[in-house]
Design a protein around this ligand. Structure first.
Ligand code: TEU
Ligand code: CA
Length: 558
């Protein structure tokens, strides 16, 4: 039986960058309330809000100092309740971000924990003695530098897989798990509709915390690959499911860096005793640098062949075992039209629609990141001063200043392609002052193209990317085959370097999806049956026999 969240489409809001209501340059909850009609108009079912909790804001709110309080920059609990009530009234559900692999170092638990070795909260976190005067192992943090910080007060190191202000919680401690489950049940009582779970695959750390694999000349070893999908991971999630999730008709999605198909099949198993679905990351790593020391920092382009092979694998190998999530973008990823499409004025709209078609006709629950429905593009970082995000700034410090692996100029060009700030530039509402985002100075520089690319222009243009997404969402709601059909590549398409063509089929419908990933006009023959109806295309006017640049077509046979 189809679950409601299998037919749903989610819209992701990054509150800091969505809509400022009081001129302080920071997006806020009243701003989101103002924009609910816009989100409703798009036709989505669920809104996912990035963290809205009290935070020291070292990592965009992913360093939480009180899980049950609202970040005052964003408003108050009253504002949140108003947002929830208004969204519900409009038929929109709200899912929150659950960040419980780590807390902020300003969380009272950690403030207590670092006081003394026998503090009742000591074991809420992961403390170790120095080894030969050094860190307990070779792990590097995902945000550069070592994953350990020495605390002079108690002369031990604490573990932080992310920034040093984000100490990892010790999930092996049942008190930690109970405290988290209690907090989740409290949010359930407030009436929320689900959680997106931050780096949930990293909860269970390996016994003995051994060194990780270390690339030649790399400053640190890779702890992440040892931690991901650890020994007790599924035990913890099943416990969470029993004590919290099973009680509510929620939508839950785990952010699971390093997840394989077989692991995903466990996290998102159809028995429903863990999560509904996970975000896998393989397609987000296809354009990584070949030098492992540079990781994601690159201006490399993924080939269609690699992208298709990857997405096809996830479509087919998860079918009837678990449920996929579908995404091109989020607050950590560069803008899809710049990354996998073509953001030149000539092809931006066409290629954004093509990419949307490719993703939204697949099986899974699609996620749209704010501004994706406008075809917002990557931005440009002229100097390091323009770069705000902790991941990029720390990387610059380590790779340019300390290790001298790359020049500053080169790394800035890689930031243009990959920095998380690309996703976080303020939402472009109109061509007025600060794009209608704020009457004050925005916390992060706007993308310079807001006069051309903005919501007001999109809403006034019947052929805009916005209305194209609206059509795709309607299609999903109306055509069962998009939810339940099987997925097959068109014959020999796996060899095609330029076109992605697949079918979706159930017992009474067939969908044929054809996407030209290039700026070339191409000749292809997919031997269409005469009954096939063209139900969606990204060009207006007369059909041609050849595929035009970035052309996308969807045919239905029933
Ligand atoms: O991101 C997890 C994660 O795997 C990051 O390494 C992320 O993929 C990376 O920044 C992309 O280069 C989650 C959140 O989505 C992210 O915003 C947080 O910074 C991070 O966890 C820590 O909470
Ligand atoms: Ca504000």
């Amino acid at each position: 039986m189809t679950k409601w969240w299998q037919k749903a489409v989610v819209y992701q809001v990054y509150p800091r960058s969505f809509q400022d209501s009081n001129g302080d340059g920071i997006g806020d909850l009243p701003g989101i309330i103002q924009r609910l009609p816009y989100i409703k108009k798009l036709g989505v079912d669920v809104i996912w809000l990035n963290p809205i909790y009290k935070t020291s804001n070292v990592d965009g709110g992913y360093d939480i100092s009180d899980y049950q309080a609202i970040n005052p920059d964003f408003g108050t609990m009253t504002d949140f309740k108003k947002l929830l009530a208004q969204a519900h009234q409009m038929g929109l559900k709200i899912m929150l971000d659950l960040v419980v692999n780590h807390s902020s170092s300003e969380h009272p638990w950690f403030i207590e924990s670092r006081q003394s070795k026998d503090n009742p909260h000591r074991d809420f976190y992961i403390w170790r003695d120095p080894v030969n005067g050094h860190e307990p192992n070779n792990w590097g943090s995902f945000f550069s530098g070592p994953a350990w910080t020495y605390d002079t007060k108690t002369q031990q190191y604490y573990l932080h897989l992310f920034a040093k202000e984000q100490p990892d919680l010790n999930w092996a401690n049942p008190q930690v798990r109970q405290a988290v489950f209690k907090m989740m049940n409290w949010w359930a009582k407030q009436g929320i509709d689900g959680f997106r779970m931050d780096v949930i695959s990293l909860l269970s750390k390996p016994d003995g915390l051994p060194d990780g694999p270390q690339a030649p000349n790399a400053p640190y070893g890779d702890g992440g690959s040892l931690v991901a999908n650890g020994k007790h991971e599924h035990e913890y999630l099943r416990e969470m499911n029993q004590q919290v999730l099973s009680k509510y008709d929620w939508i839950t999605v785990g952010e699971t860096a390093g997840v394989t198909i077989d692991q995903a099949a466990k996290y998102a198993n159809l028995d429903g005793n863990e999560l509904n679905m996970v975000f896998q990351f393989e397609h987000m790593g296809l354009d990584n640098n070949r030098d492992p020391r540079l990781g994601k920092w690159s201006d490399q382009k993924a080939t269609l062949t690699a992208l298709r092979a990857n997405l096809t694998k996830w479509q087919q190998k998860l079918a009837n075992r678990a449920w996929n999530s579908l995404y091109w973008n989020n607050h950590d990823q560069p803008r899809v039209v710049s990354r996998f499409g073509n953001d030149s004025p000539q092809y931006r709209v066409l290629s954004a629609k093509m990419l949307a078609t490719m993703l939204h006709c697949m099986q899974g629950t699609p996620y749209i990141y704010q501004g994706e429905e406008l075809g917002m593009t990557n931005t440009h970082f002229a100097t390091l001063d323009d770069v705000v995000d902790v991941e990029a700034r720390n990387a610059y410090h380590e790779l340019v200043d300390q290790e001298k692996i790359i020049s500053g100029q080169k790394l800035l060009r890689y930031f243009d392609a990959k920095s998380r700030d690309n996703a976080r530039t303020p939402m472009q509402w109109n061509d007025q002052k600060n794009a209608g985002f704020s009457s004050g100075k925005p916390w992060l520089q706007l993308n310079a193209n807001y006069q051309q690319i903005n919501a007001a222009a999109a809403l006034a243009d019947p052929n805009s990317i916005f209305y194209f997404y609206q059509q795709l969402i309607k299609l999903r709601h109306n055509l069962a085959v998009i939810t339940d059909g099987d997925f097959q590549l068109v014959k020999d398409n796996d060899q095609d370097p330029a076109v992605f063509a697949y079918t979706r089929r159930n017992s009474d419908q067939q969908l044929l999806v054809i996407c030209n990933f290039t700026d070339q006009t191409l000749e292809r023959d997919y031997s269409l049956v005469p009954e096939a109806k063209l139900i969606l295309q990204n060009y207006q006017g007369k059909m041609t026999t050849s595929l035009r640049p970035y052309e996308a077509r969807v045919y239905l046979t029933d």
